[in-house]
Design a binder for this molecule. Sequence first.
Ligand code: SF4
Length: 356
Amino acid sequence: MINRRKTREIYVGNVKIGGDAPIVVQSMTDTKTHNIEETLNQINRLANAGCEIIRVAAPTEADALALPEIVKNSPIPVIADIHFSPRIAFLALESGIHGIRLNPGNINDKAKIKEILQECKNKNIAVRLGVNSGSLEERLLEKYGYPSGEALAESALYWSEFFESVGFTNFKVSIKGSDVLQNIEANKIFAEKTDVPLHIGITEAGGKEKGSIKSAVGLGILFYLGIGDTVRVSLTADPEEEVKTAYQILQSLGIRRRGVEIISCPTCGRIEVNLPKVVEQVEEKLKDVKSPLKVAIMGCVVNAIGEAREADIGLACGNKSAILFKNGQPLKRVSEDEMVDELLKEVQNMENIDKK
Ligand code: SF4
């Protein structure tokens, strides 16, 4: 049982973060933001994959000037990612944007940050206060010698207190290090001391395979500790992979369900059907199903009947055939050649029932 840390709630557009809201999945576009058409196409694809908030980079004035059109046409709330430049921040705040991300450590001008926060308050725009190991303040690097978890947490607490001291509370914090343990430690220290909602992620995690594993380990531990109100999995890959991976992590912990969860056995010498092929075909054919669905595909009778019974739908395979289960009940015996089609037919029936 996971006990989520109690946090205050904020809104990014119409999406609630913190409080009793589900953990929100977000991602970031990798298009040039000033290329409005490509950026909106990618946002639409990501929203379709389940992304609930999108962040876009705004490194130049041209990017900031593209924001009004992007915000107007995006199906999900948009956050502008601002680094170094208060001028770009003010431009973004004129665009109708739902949130901005700032790393105060790389602006490092309290008067300017205060002005930005005042404007965010006037316009009801949420802020993500970012602390990254790569942009930690000099004084903390001197104090700790390197960006340790403690140093990152101290920076996040320092800037949170500054935000609150100027009367701004509509913010969440992200503390990101590329080292998993440092990341966990920093988030843990921060979480114990405040009720500010946390955006979690393992930054610069790597490509699809290694990055997903690193993210699953780090984020899995944080979620288990009850930490994390919104998540972005950072991968050097198509952002749609980030969204899929985020749901897979949440799903593995029983926190959120979306789409198909396949439970399949690892196979062994008892196997009597080509299970990897069956699993691959089912995964491919069901990849666009959005409603939560547990599908068990087991290689032989040892665990098959029990697992298939626990799932919404399942195949308990045997000698070149399988028993098809639905809602825990055996439906019929199907041959190896027809098992995938029969399973898909039943999934379709279930989806139609859901829609009625
Ligand atoms: S379900 Fe059967 S085939 Fe699959 S791993 Fe277990 S014993 Fe082996």
